[in-house]
Design a protein around this ligand. Structure first.
Ligand code: MG
Ligand code: MG
Length: 275
């Protein structure tokens, strides 16, 4: 078991985080306003990519669009240069789980299950979101996997509310995925997001005692990002040292939103329906 979030290998959850949520930053109203704008930039880019992607394009084409649009909106790509990652999006196809490196030789085909993850750094704060796109017509099994991954993310988000706990999110995600016969990837987690792309806490997608089950407080901002595999939950990293694939070559899907904890529930900061 390792503790990896997207684009970073993390140590075990910090002892600074306790059950009351101490060690997890809360953002001020002014900071939240900036994060809304960062989230809007991310949402805009992902919406555009979902609309423009066509069989025959390459993942480098999508990356170029994302970088150009992030910069045009006054932000910088959160991922580019992060721990040496060379691009503005992660583009992971079919059995690739996360962290696929955009490549001009990587052609997108009809029927592909395409994950696009991106982040924008705007006025000192990050937004982070991922979508899975069915390119053209996909198999019914692939369509179900994608649908379950998105629904699992929303099951987790529905648990976000001041006074609830991290494991309320984790449990809701895990239950939805298992009830549909799929596997929760355990090698990667969600995370706090804000001044840093990855900050405390680790947001697990399954029940675990590996971290303090911290209480959520209004003003926390979390990236909730379950990864769902059709076959084995296990993954491995390719020799490019980034691309993560399923060990059995089965399909994988992921969705992610940056979410603000409020007193009464949540606000999705990367909501594509608002752009
Ligand atoms: Mg993330
Ligand atoms: Mg992400």
């Amino acid at each position: 078991m390792n503790f990896l979030t997207d684009l970073i290998q993390k140590p075990a959850p910090s002892a600074r985080v306790n059950k009351k949520g101490r060690g997890i930053e809360t953002k001020s109203p002014q900071e939240i306003d900036i994060m809304r704008q960062a989230g809007k930039i991310v949402a805009t880019v992902l919406k555009e990519i979902s609309e423009l992607v066509q069989p025959g394009m390459t993942t480098a084409d999508l990356d170029a669009h994302a970088e150009q649009r992030i910069r045009a909106m006054g932000a910088t790509p959160s991922f580019k240069g992060y721990h040496g990652f060379p691009a503005s999006i992660c583009a992971s196809i079919n059995n690739e789980v996360v962290h696929g490196i955009p490549n001009p030789r990587k052609v997108i085909h009809r029927g592909d299950v395409l994950k696009v993850d991106t982040g924008a750094y705007y006025q000192g704060f990050h937004g982070d979101s991922c979508i899975t796109i069915a390119v053209g017509e996909v198999t019914p099994a692939a369509a179900k996997l994608i649908q379950v991954a998105e629904a699992a993310m929303y099951c987790g988000i529905a648990q976000v509310k001041a006074g609830n706990y991290l494991l309320d999110i984790a449990g809701a995600i895990e239950d939805h995925i298992k009830a549909n016969g799929f596997k929760v990837v355990e090698d990667y987690t969600g995370h706090g997001v804000g001044r840093n792309l990855h900050e405390e806490p680790s947001v697990f997608n399954y029940r675990t005692h590996e971290l303090p089950n911290a209480k959520l407080r209004a003003g926390m901002t979390l990236a909730i990002e379950p990864i769902v595999n059709a076959g084995s939950k296990h993954t491995r990293v390719l020799t490019d040292r980034w691309t993560v694939v399923t060990i059995d070559r089965a399909l994988s899907a992921q969705f992610e939103h940056t979410v603000l904890v409020t007193e009464t529930g949540y606000e999705i900061l990367t909501d594509r329906t608002q752009v």
